[in-house]
Every structure is written in structure tokens, then in C-alpha cells.
Design a protein around this ligand. Structure first.
Ligand SMILES: CC(=O)N[C@H]1[C@@H](OP(=O)(O)OP(=O)(O)OC[C@H]2O[C@@H](n3ccc(=O)[nH]c3=O)[C@H](O)[C@@H]2O)O[C@H](CO)[C@@H](O)[C@@H]1O
Ligand SMILES: C=C(OP(=O)(O)O)C(=O)O
Length: 427
């Protein structure tokens, strides 16, 4: 199993390219199921989750072709074609490894009139039920049954009649599944209290490019007028705001200066505002975002919430950064009930953090010290990388497969801007 070794204490300097967004890619890929014509996705990040999604789509009858991927390039171009859907089942073995597999439910139901998808179960950061996905689909006219760990959804002959659903809490995945199911409905579907994350705007933009009729894109009320068919399209995946935010924290915690090339400041307002509050200099331009950090960081109070508020996917990275701030910070996690698994590992590196329910108090310390650490999820792993970049001595981050789900060639990007970091394979 691979490990990452970091010898900390180097201020990062230079230009760091930002890849396509994992969370956008994972909802754009299943759109290929909605048409028999080719869908070409550009700027698709090279990530384990994207590969796994490709394999799942292959099992459903979608062909995937990757064009001219040179090893030195970040991102790649993939053309997907679902001439015929040959299976409507997403099996347990794939869904348990990648929760986002649930996102084939809506498109399969829309295109084939039925779908059988394994229930994803919980994961390290929380329970993560899919009840809202199912309720939205039922509101549009789907019949849902749950048996033997699988959900089976079917649509009446002629497609989903349409309807309206109001989410009791904002859900990114449920909004995505419902929108993908609705684009081929026979009637009109409306979602209230829909998620407004930029990745949902990206999804709607691809669907519109494929011929879908969607109103209210980027708002919490989305109306979809179903079409008889969609056609192919070529679309570029949006830049990854969480990857960009993570590397912004890397510049901040090391007292460095990074230009995040290709990052989109529009989608990152809450993250950039929080960085500015710590005293970090943030300059935005058409080509990216410059982050410059001088001296001690100021402490912060942050609460995670759905977009446009501060994202839960940045909580762990900010926590790592604030372990070295000049005073006490308060972080509140409102989205997932168990997203503080990185705390004991950061504490092993010398951080002073106390957790009470959903609130963590981070008291800044003078220094962190390198240690062998282990993470349980993607962003927790990134928080340990950040701590390692600033720590005295060597840090070994184990279970690198979490990072490979969401950071394209992390150690290459970081060593190019001055980090002393390498991947070590046990063979
Ligand atoms: C692949 C992807 O895009 N993943 C993102 C997506 O996950 P995901 O789509 O799974 O997250 P949701 O927005 O659905 O979850 C938000 C909250 O709603 C709850 N919930 C959700 C669905 C449901 O049917 N019932 C229910 O109770 C969840 O347990 C959680 O407490 O949004 C999260 C919140 O921004 C991010 O952290 C993830 O990185
Ligand atoms: C929680 C995350 O992803 P996923 O929903 O794919 O587990 C994440 O990207 O931080």
C-alpha cells in the first residue's frame, strides 16, 4: 500500500494547476446514459473515482474512449456512448466503494424506465442515507421498492409523469439524481429547496447542451420540462473549487505564495472570504487566484452549510491550517455528524483541538511535529498533508487511496512548487 512522506517546513512558491472538479465529474459522467449519442467530457480529472465511475458505466453498456492522454498532462478527454443500455443494475461491489454510484439511479430510470441500485450504506463521515433521492423520484411518479439491500425504481410506460418536490434539507446528490431523472419525463418536474452548488450548475449546463429544458439553474427552485430525447454534446468539466481551496490552505500554512491556475473565484467566495479573514492575501484574476501568506494567521469562526456558505469539504483543511493560528478558532460542522476523524491524528502532530458534538475549538500552537498518521476519508487525508507540509520533521500519511479519489497527482503538483514530498510504495 502506498504512503506519502513529507519533510515539512518549506514555503510553497509558484504556479499550481487546478484540475477538473471530482464532484462535477461524478454527476456529468452518468449523463451519458441519457442519450444514444456520444457525450464528450473535457478536463476530466484523472482520479480513482472517475475510473471507478467509468467501469460502472461500462457494465451498464456505455462505451468509454479516452483521447490522446499524454502522461505529463493533467486531465483528459473522454467520449462516452450509451448506444443501448444493456444492464440497469449497479451492484453492491461497486456502489460500496464509491457512494456517487447512486447517481446512475435517475438517468437509468429516465432512459430505461427502471433501475436497480445497491443501497450505499454509511461511510466514515456519517450515515448518508438516500431517502431524499427516493422521495424526489417518487414525487415525479416513480415506483420505488427496497429489498435485499437494493433499491428498485420503475417508471410508468411513457416515462415519469412529473410532479413537484420540496426537499426538507438541502441535498446535492438528491438534487442531481432528481434533475437527471426529470429531463426525459413526459411532464414538468419542480424541485424546491434544491441544492445550488456550482457542480449542480455544471450538471444543468451539460444537460441544456444536450437539449434539456431547465429553468432556475443556480437557484433553489429548479423546473424541468421533460423532453422526448436528448442528444450528444461536448462539455468541459468546471475547475475543482475544493482542490483549489485545499492548495490555498497549503500556501497559507507554509507562509508561501501560490498562483492557483484555472481556479474560479466566483465559485469560492466563502472559502476566499475565510482565507482573507485569517490575514492571507487573496488576488483574483481571469486566469486564477493568487494566495500570499505573510506571518501568523489570525483565528476564525466558521460554520459549514450548503452553498453559497462555507463547504463541509473544506472543514478539515481549514482546521489543519488553524492549528498554527495566533489564538483560538471555532469550527462547527452542520452537514455530516462524524466529520472530525482527522482530529486525533492532528493531535498526534501536536495540535490542540477539543471537540464537543458538532463544534471543534482549535487553539493555535507554536509548531506541529511530523509523525506517522492515518486518515479515514478524503479531506481528512488532505488535512494531514497540510499539517505535514508545515510540521517540523517527517510526516508519513498512510492510506493514500483516499487522496487518490480526489486529488490528481497531488505529490507531483506539490513538489513542483517546492514541497519535499514523495510517494513510497511497499511494492
Ligand atoms: C460526489 C459528491 O458530490 N459529493 C458531495 C455531496 O455529497 P452528497 O450528495 O452525498 O451530500 P448531500 O448534500 O446529499 O448531504 C447533505 C446532508 O443531507 C443528508 N441526506 C442526504 C441525502 C438523503 O437522501 N438524505 C439525507 O439525509 C446527508 O446525510 C447529509 O447530512 O455533497 C456533500 C455536501 O456538500 C459533499 O460533502 C460531498 O463531497
Ligand atoms: C465527501 C466527499 O466525497 P464523496 O461524496 O464522494 O464521498 C468529498 O469530496 O469530500
Amino acid at each position: 500500500m502506498d504512503r506519502i512522506h513529507i519533510r515539512g517546513g518549506h514555503a510553497l512558491k509558484g504556479r499550481l494547476p487546478i484540475s477538473g472538479a471530482k464532484n462535477a465529474a461524478l454527476t456529468l459522467l452518468p449523463c451519458a446514459l441519457l442519450t444514444d449519442e456520444p457525450v464528450t467530457l473535457r478536463n476530466l480529472p484523472r482520479l480513482a473515482d472517475v475510473d471507478s465511475f467509468g467501469h460502472l458505466l461500462n457494465q451498464l453498456g456505455v462505451s468509454t474512449m479516452i483521447e490522446g492522454a499524454r502522461p505529463e498532462d493533467f486531465g483528459r478527454v473522454m467520449t462516452l456512448r450509451a448506444g443501448r443500455v444493456t444492464s440497469t443494475e449497479a451492484p453492491y461491489d461497486i456502489v460500496r466503494k464509491m457512494r456517487a454510484s447512486i447517481l446512475v439511479l435517475g438517468p437509468l430510470l429516465a432512459r430505461a424506465g427502471e433501475a436497480t441500485v445497491s443501497l450505499p450504506g454509511g461511510c466514515a463521515i456519517g450515515n448518508r442515507p438516500i431517502d431524499l433521492h427516493l422521495k424526489a423520484l417518487e414525487a415525479f411518479g416513480a415506483v420505488i421498492e427496497i429489498a435485499a439491500g437494493y433499491v428498485r425504481a420503475s417508471a410508468p410506460d411513457g416515462g415519469l409523469p412529473g410532479g413537484s418536490y420540496t426537499f426538507p434539507v438541502v441535498s446535492v446528490g438528491a438534487t442531481e439524481n432528481a434533475v437527471m431523472a426529470a429531463v426525459l419525463a413526459s411532464g414538468t418536474c419542480t424541485l424546491n429547496n434544491a441544492a445550488r452548488e456550482p457542480e449542480i450548475v455544471d450538471l444543468c449546463n451539460l444537460l441544456v447542451a444536450m437539449g434539456a429544458d431547465i429553468e432556475g439553474i443556480g437557484t433553489d427552485r429548479i423546473t424541468i420540462h421533460g423532453k422526448d430525447r436528448l442528444h450528444g454534446a461536448t462539455y468541459s468539466v468546471m475547475p475543482d473549487r475544493i482542490e483549489a481551496g485545499s492548495y490555498a490552505c497549503a500556501a497559507a500554512i507554509t507562509g508561501g505564495e501560490l498562483e492557483l491556475v484555472g481556479a474560479d473565484a466566483e465559485d469560492m467566495q466563502a472559502i476566499l472570504a475565510a482565507l482573507r479573514e485569517t490575514g492571507v492575501e487573496v488576488t483574483t484574476s481571469k486566469t486564477g487566484i493568487k494566495i500570499a501568506s505573510h506571518g501568523k494567521l489570525r483565528p476564525l469562526s466558521i460554520s459549514t452549510a450548503p452553498f453559497p456558505a462555507f463547504p463541509t469539504d473544506m472543514q478539515a483543511q481549514f482546521m489543519a491550517m488553524l492549528t498554527l493560528a495566533d489564538g483560538a478558532s471555532v469550527l462547527t460542522e452542520t452537514i455530516f455528524e462524524n466529520r472530525y476523524m482527522h482530529v486525533p491524528e492532528l493531535a498526534r502532530m501536536g495540535a490542540d483541538i477539543s471537540v464537543n458534538g458538532r463544534t471543534a475549538v482549535v487553539r493555535g500552537v507554536e509548531k506541529l511535529t511530523g509523525a506517522p498518521v492515518m486518515a479515514t476519508d478524503l479531506r481528512a487525508s488532505m488535512s494531514l498533508i497540510l499539517a505535514g507540509l508545515a510540521a517540523e520533521g517527517e510526516t508519513q500519511v498512510n492510506r493514500v487511496y483516499h487522496l487518490d479519489r480526489g486529488y490528481e497527482r497531488l505529490e507531483e503538483k506539490l513538489s513542483a512548487v517546492g514541497a519535499d514530498i514523495e510517494r513510497v510504495s511497499d511494492g
